[in-house]
Design a protein around this ligand. Structure first.
Ligand code: MN
Length: 342
């Protein structure tokens, strides 16, 4: 586990800046959006001007969570973002480890900014040489937890407003599957207690994020589990494949398959899961496993595909057919099983 807590340098860079661009990752999730909202509000309360940007569209439930907070989607606000990025004197990258691979076309804008860059993130293998300072801790369960540490360290818990508290809670809850996996430390739950004290509206976040699915998404999940899930009992694994045609049949929108990869692990005896999504540009793979004894899916993604992530959650790409991709996955499981047996 690698940790970089350049908190003093981060505080100095923030205090020396006035126009700050906060950048989240492609296919923004609750942790990405929560950290952008909370960090941005904190900076605005310090008198900074803030622009929050994500590369592509926010999933619908997250749009409702952000309320009046403006988050620019680069795909639809490119000209505006480019213009304002020119005037930025600090860039803060949140919840991703690599500018060149995790933010699509927005990387060119970030690269074009000649100001200092800060990284706040919990993914493995951060490209630290691209940053002036980092708050990077791969053992943290979410980036929002790191944002919480940073804000309370810089200005105390009193500086957390109800909106910030709800946003931080959103990221913590999202990245831990509502506090069921990841680093579930006493400190994390102490932080949640403080967030509740500071006005986090847990039921509103829960309602907006976990209980506001579209009918299309619900039916897609039902179809995926009943028709497309394959369970490999001998390998304690399961996988789901979805083609573009199948996704379209359910009126698929960005974010609709969020969390689907975790569902097969609710089956007794299953502790590894994969989701293979056909896209216009190859097959997008999500991998999950359970615990420190489970399959290291970060290494698995790097070994058998092009990708990576965390030990228990990783992503990858494949540019061969769906059948070939699935065969490679099954063969990988067999090889890793043999290795583990020794
Ligand atoms: Mn995260």
């Amino acid at each position: 586990m690698a940790e970089y807590y350049d908190t003093e340098k981060i505080a100095a860079l923030i205090s020396a800046s006035s126009e700050i661009m906060l950048v989240g990752h492609t296919n923004p999730d609750g942790d990405s959006v929560g950290s952008l909202i909370a960090m941005g509000c904190f900076l605005e309360d310090m008198g900074k001007r803030v622009m929050r940007v994500v590369p592509n569209e926010l999933p619908r439930p997250l749009k409702s969570v952000k309320g009046k907070v403006k988050i620019y989607e680069f795909v639809s606000s490119e000209a505006y973002v480019r213009e304002r990025a020119r005037g930025c004197d600090l860039v803060i990258c949140m919840d991703f480890n690599d500018i060149s691979s995790r933010i699509g076309a927005l990387s060119e804008v970030v690269d074009g900014c000649e100001c200092p860059r800060i990284l706040i993130d919990h993914h493995l293998n951060p490209s630290l040489s691209d940053f002036s300072a980092a708050l990077s801790d791969t053992s943290a369960s979410s980036t929002c937890y790191l944002v919480y540490k940073l804000i309370t360290g810089m200005a105390g818990a009193e500086s957390i407003t109800p909106r910030m508290a709800s946003a931080i809670y959103l990221g913590m809850a999202t990245d831990t599957g509502k506090f069921s996996y990841g680093a579930l430390t006493p400190d994390l739950f102490r932080a949640v207690a403080v967030l509740v004290e500071r006005g986090a509206d847990i039921m509103a976040v829960d309602m907006a994020v976990f209980n506001s699915q579209s009918e299309g998404r619900m039916r897609l999940v039902g179809f995926a589990l009943s028709e497309k899930m394959v369970v490999l009992h001998g390998r304690r694994a399961a996988y789901i494949t979805l083609t573009v045609g199948e996704l379209n049949r359910f009126g698929h929108k960005s974010g609709d398959t969020e969390g689907l990869v975790n569902m097969p692990m609710q089956i007794e005896g299953i502790d590894t899961s994969a989701l293979f999504l056909e896209t216009g540009e190859g097959i997008k793979i999500s991998l999950r496993s359970r615990g420190a004894d489970g399959l290291d899916v970060n290494t698995f993604a790097r070994t058998y595909f092009t990708g990576g992530g965390h030990r228990n959650a990783a992503g990858a790409k494949s540019f061969v057919s769906m059948d070939e991709t699935v065969s490679r996955f099954i063969e990988g499981l067999r090889i890793e099983d043999e290795k583990r047996r020794g």
